[in-house]
Design a protein around this ligand. Structure first.
Ligand code: AHR
Length: 321
């Protein structure tokens, strides 16, 4: 396998096909589709790869089974986007014993370090950025009473944990009222369902909705529209989202979403660099953070300070693709 090959002639150098198993989370969101497409195009047969792709449909048992299947096939590398952040040490030990390097993308594994590299985003920073933006924005607009409904992502996912923790830190520091925080499972249907139930319980009591991804925001918008609740830059409810996928940015441009905090789905080119380094017998970086931007509709603020650093806001005035 590749661990042995790395010491001699690499598959890439010899022109051999590199076999990769990729255990993807599922197909729950636009972000996920972009992530899958990125991997399929980078790890294509034309580029010298044989990609074994498994859509785990948001089921952790299926994901563990997929990884064990890749071990049986004796693939050269395994890529995992972990549905949940824990429960990994046993199967990663099995990968290690089989001599198959594991590369983790996007969500983190928090109970094992038996992988060679992780490529992704800092979810806590995304949550902090959403909080810092909301603080500066409500100050600028003279809104002192901040009553928030959060629609969380999938339970146990590090993207959910980081965004929840980051935003809550700023909410607590400013005495905001988080009325409720429930999972919408990162889907449009989930976002709509949670928002419909929030409207029944909290109508007239909230002025901010934070959705932990764009698809949930689309569902929340449908629910608010159906209930006659206005949102966005001209509405009664400030709508905050994460991902900044193409459709999300279109809603920022139209003013339906006030602010959208990017999560970069294009990890595959970075993963390919990791694989090239391993093929060359080098040690890749253990953690690779991708660059991300914060998108807003109104030119009210130009920067926000996150983790002690000023970061520019991108005002979306024309189509971004
Ligand atoms: O893990 C990344 C998250 O998962 C994205 O924010 C979300 O859209 C996806 O489903």
């Amino acid at each position: 396998d590749s661990a042995e090959a790395a010491g001699t002639e690499s598959s890439a150098a010899s022109g051999d096909t590199v076999t990769i198993g990729f255990a993807q989370v599922g197909h729950e969101s636009d972000w996920r589709t972009a992530s899958t497409d990125s991997c399929l195009s980078v790890f294509s047969a034309d580029n010298g790869y044989d990609l074994q792709f498994v859509d785990c449909d948001n089921d952790s048992a299926v994901q563990l089974e997929a990884v064990r299947g890749f071990i049986e096939q004796d693939v050269d590398y395994i890529i995992i986007d972990p549905i949940v952040s824990t429960g990994w040490d046993t199967v990663l030990t099995e990968c290690e014993e089989a001599g198959i390097p594991v590369i983790v993308i996007d969500r983190t594994i928090d109970d094992s370090d038996k992988y060679v590299s992780w490529v992704g985003s800092n979810f806590k920073t995304e949550g902090l950025a959403a909080g810092e933006w909301l603080k500066a924005y409500t100050d600028a607009k003279g809104i002192s009473d901040v009553n928030v409904l959060v629609i969380e992502g999938s339970t146990g996912a590090s993207a959910t944990i980081g965004r929840t923790d980051g935003f809550k830190e700023i909410a607590d520091a400013n005495g905001w009222n988080i009325l409720d925080s429930q999972t919408g499972d990162f889907t449009q249907a989930g976002g709509q369902e949670v928002m419909e139930s929030y409207i029944k319980s909290y109508e007239g009591k909230f002025n901010v909705v934070v959705c932990q991804n764009d698809n949930e925001a689309f569902g929340a918008m449908d629910a608010m529209k159906a209930a006659g609740i206005s949102y966005g830059v001209d509405g009664d409810v400030i709508l905050v989202s994460f991902d900044a996928c193409t459709a999300g940015l279109e809603y920022v441009m139209s003013g339906d979403i006030n602010a959208d905090f990017e999560c970069n789905p294009l990890a595959a080119p970075f993963v390919e660099e990791v694989i090239k380094r391993l093929q060359a017998g080098e040690t890749p970086e253990k953690e690779v953070y991708m660059t991300e931007h914060w998108f807003v509709n109104e030119d009210v603020l130009s920067t926000i300070n996150v983790n002690g650093e000023d970061q520019d806001l991108t005002v979306v005035t024309k189509e971004i693709v």
